[in-house]
Design a protein around this ligand. Structure first.
Ligand code: HEC
Length: 133
């Protein structure tokens, strides 16, 4: 095989890996909050309103995602919701706000909104682990 062909193949597989990179280091996630009875309306929506509505609300829906209602959040964007009930440690949604994904997947984008604190990421995890009510 020519060197060019090897280079081409390896860049193609790197691109393919990049596209389905749901991989992040779950050990780096802040722990889930121990708060009981976490709900979207009471605990999560105000955080989304502060950091996400600008691009995922009534005016704009980047990635076809709206986070301004429970129903829309559960439906997710063009790639689905990014979380499964009960499994916050596997959630790419959580990894995005914890800034453990790639630069263009971390949310809010760098310099474009207030990032979640460790406590707020913990609350988001608890909401997912408690069944996204
Ligand atoms: C300044 C604008 C902006 C803000 C603020 C923002 N996002 Fe995004 N978001 C984007 C863009 C741009 C994309 C990529 C859309 C695409 O791939 O076409 C995106 C994509 C996403 C996706 C993937 C959607 C999909 O299915 O492809 C998720 C999940 C997400 N954002 C969550 C959040 C969360 C949670 C917040 C708040 C913590 C947030 N975003 C704040 C601009 C923003």
């Amino acid at each position: 095989m020519s060197l060019n062909r090897i280079l081409l193949l390896s860049s193609l597989s790197a691109a393919a890996l990049g596209l389905c990179a749901a991989d992040f280091d779950a050990a780096k996630l802040p722990p889930a909050s121990t708060q009981a009875g976490v709900t979207y309306e009471k605990d999560i929506k105000p955080l989304f309103e502060r950091s996400c509505f600008k691009c995922h609300g009534a005016e704009k829906q980047k990635g076809k995602l709206r986070l301004d209602s429970l129903e829309a959040t559960l439906k997710g964007g063009s790639n689905g919701p990014g979380f499964e009930k009960g499994a916050s440690a596997k959630s790419t949604f959580v990894a995005s706000v914890a800034r453990l994904m790639s630069e263009d997947e971390n949310m809010p984008p760098e310099g474009k909104g207030k990032p979640f604190s460790k406590e707020e990421i913990g609350l988001l995890r608890a909401w997912i682990d408690q069944g996204t009510k």
